[in-house]
Structure formats: structure tokens, C-alpha cells
Design a protein around this ligand. Structure first.
Ligand SMILES: [Zn+2]
Length: 172
């Protein structure tokens, strides 16, 4: 269980009434006495692609905070209503130019170190791809490159560091 706090909403997003506290299933909840909306805090999710070819792994260099200028597996948030596998294909296409052929879930991590969306889940997939030239979305990333598994670049996100260690150990 991560020690994270949900947004402390004061007013109902539907009718504007001041929210009240109520205990439900031993949890303190906020609810609206006017339209009866109950606030169930939740986190968003993301996907990340671990793409390995011939002992090399494909990574992108972040162009934005947090962890600007560090490297990561191609990844991104899942859009509202989107299935993780569809998000994976979309993100891989956007960030690498490659097409996802097969994807196998390797781990679901809870991201502790993202101040934008604390606690969000990241679904890591081992992915096989087709397509030739790699090309990244230059609005998001500064670079894209293949790295030998024995000599990876500097990684920022804790969860991506962990996955890299597993890859190097041949665990997944
Ligand atoms: Zn309301």
C-alpha cells in the first residue's frame, strides 16, 4: 500500500455543493448531500514496452520533467476508455515508429515517483515488433536508441530501473 493522498476535493464536480464526510466500509469518503455523488479516489494507468532485439533494448530519452534527460522504455498514459493493449500499440507507434506484433505482460508496477499522477499503475509488456527505421515523437523525447543490455544508459523512473535489472538478469 503506497502512502499517497488523493486530491482533497471541497465541492461536488457535478452540482457545486460543498462535500461532506461519510464513513463507508470503514473508509472515510466524501460525498455530495445534494446529488449524492460519492468520491472514490482512483489512479490512472500507463503502459511501457520492453523491446529487445539481438541483445539490444530500445529506449527513449525524456524531453520533459520529471526525469528530463534520463532514459526510459517507450511508455505513456492509457487514454480514458482505452484498453492497455491498444495504448501499447499506439504508444509504441508514436514513440518508436514500430508496429507491435506480440505483447506479453511482465509486470504491473505502482509508480511512486511521478508527482503528476502519484501511485499510477504501469503495465510493462515484453513486445515483439516489426518495421524498420526507428523514429520517435520529438515533442516528447529527445532521442531514441538501441542499447546493449550490458551497457544501458542512465534511467530515471524507479520502475524502469527495476525492469532493466530484471532484463539483465534474464528474469522475465
Ligand atoms: Zn452534487
Amino acid at each position: 500500500m503506497l502512502k499517497i493522498k488523493p486530491p482533497d476535493y471541497k465541492f461536488c464536480p457535478f452540482c457545486g455543493e460543498k462535500l461532506q464526510a461519510r464513513v463507508e466500509e470503514e473508509q472515510q469518503r466524501k460525498f455530495c448531500p445534494s446529488c449524492h455523488w460519492m468520491y472514490y479516489p482512483h489512479v490512472p494507468s500507463a503502459v511501457a514496452a520492453v523491446i529487445v532485439r539481438n541483445g539490444e533494448v530500445l529506449m527513449v530519452k525524456r524531453g520533459r520533467e520529471p526525469y528530463r534527460d534520463t532514459w526510459m522504455f517507450p511508455a505513456g498514459f492509457i487514454d480514458f476508455g482505452e484498453h492497455p493493449l491498444d495504448a501499447l500499440s499506439r504508444e509504441v507507434k508514436e514513440e518508436t515508429g514500430l508496429k507491435v506484433d506480440e505483447a506479453t505482460l511482465v509486470e504491473i508496477s505502482q509508480t511512486e515517483d511521478d508527482p503528476r499522477e502519484p501511485g499510477h499503475f504501469c503495465f510493462f509488456y515484453r513486445v515483439t515488433t516489426s518495421g524498420g527505421e526507428i523514429k520517435t515523437d520529438e515533442q516528447e523525447n529527445k532521442a531514441i536508441a538501441w542499447f546493449n543490455l550490458e551497457n544501458p544508459p542512465e534511467i530515471g523512473w524507479k520502475s524502469h530501473k527495476h525492469i532493466m535489472k530484471q532484463l539483465q538478469a534474464g528474469v522475465d
